[in-house]
Design a protein around this ligand. Structure first.
Ligand SMILES: C[S@@+](CC[C@H](N)C(=O)[O-])C[C@H]1O[C@@H](n2cnc3c(N)ncnc32)[C@H](O)[C@@H]1O
Length: 261
């Protein structure tokens, strides 16, 4: 019974990741209060309850509407895999589009306590750019998203233009690149890498191989933030990475690759 209440399994055929749902909800609540404030969090929770009961009360406080109002960007919605405009040979590996929570992202990122201006940031499978917008709030050397779908990449480009028009970019160059994560080349410098369950183990293996190759001579740490880490065993078993922590009841895993190995 307790296991049922506390444990939730994220599932894809052949893969599963269990996380502590109670800890996740508790942490999510605390993070929402930290970044959104108490009043807007409570109104958002009430709006969710009303929406579940099919009552259109407090509609404008639904969390996703608060996010659109706050950022001015629409990164919401789900695009299922069969609707993604991607090459057929990648259809088996690609996961559907869905934006991450930028508050969860900011919480995990800030826990690294790093000097952002020493790091480049890359989101592999960046979709409409929700996390690019969140990362651009920090003074990274650059913020880059790599997205396989042309349509999502174009939306991300529009969102980036809006952010730039509004003067909301603190990072260096903010870019969405249309392409395959497996073949993206990194500059030889310190990085914070982000993946939100974007692809299967075949592409993740190629991504990790590229990172090893391109950053072989980099002495600074490389952080790997893995949200909904369906294929975490690849990082757990890699001699290059150490797991730093779990966050949100294990729904996030944070790894570090220390330079000089
Ligand atoms: C779950 S979404 C994550 C979106 C974004 N990172 C965020 O957190 O808001 C996963 C994205 O990965 C993209 N994707 C899947 N396979 C890819 C690949 N091989 N190369 C680049 N992008 C890929 C999908 O098109 C989708 O937009």
């Amino acid at each position: 019974m307790l296991r049922f209440v506390f444990t939730k399994t994220a599932r894809y055929p052949g893969h599963e990741v269990e996380h502590n749902q109670f800890m996740r909800n508790l942490r999510t609540l605390a993070v929402n209060i930290k970044y959104r404030g108490f009043r807007r969090t409570i109104l958002g929770l009430l709006a969710n309850i009303f929406a579940k009961a099919r009552l259109s009360l407090l509609e404008e406080y639904r969390f996703f509407k608060q996010n659109i109002r706050e950022s001015g960007l629409d990164t919401t919605g789900i695009v299922e895999c069969d609707k993604l405009d991607i090459p057929d040979e990648r259809r088996g590996s690609a996961r559907r589009y869905e934006a991450s929570s930028d508050y969860e992202f900011r919480y995990v990122l800030e826990k690294l306590h790093i000097d952002y201006s020493n790091y480049h940031f890359v989101d592999y499978g960046s979709g409409k750019g929700a996390i690019l917008a969140a990362a651009a709030r920090y003074p990274f050397r650059s913020v880059t998203g790599v997205e396989l779908s042309q349509a999502l990449h174009e939306t991300a480009r529009d969102n980036i233009a809006k952010l730039q028009d509004r003067g909301r970019v603190r990072s260096g160059a903010l870019t969405s690149v249309h392409g395959d994560a497996a073949s993206y080349r990194l500059p030889a410098a310190a990085h914070v890498i982000y993946v939100f369950n974007a692809f299967g183990p075949d592409v993740l293996e190629d991504v990790l191989a590229r990172i090893s190759e391109d950053l072989a001579d980099v002495r600074e740490p490389v952080y790997f933030l893995y949200n909904n880490p369906m294929h975490h065993s690849l990082l757990d078993e890699s001699p290059e990475y150490d797991r730093l922590r779990n966050a949100f009841g294990g729904k996030w895993k944070v790894y570090v690759r220390r330079g000089g190995r």
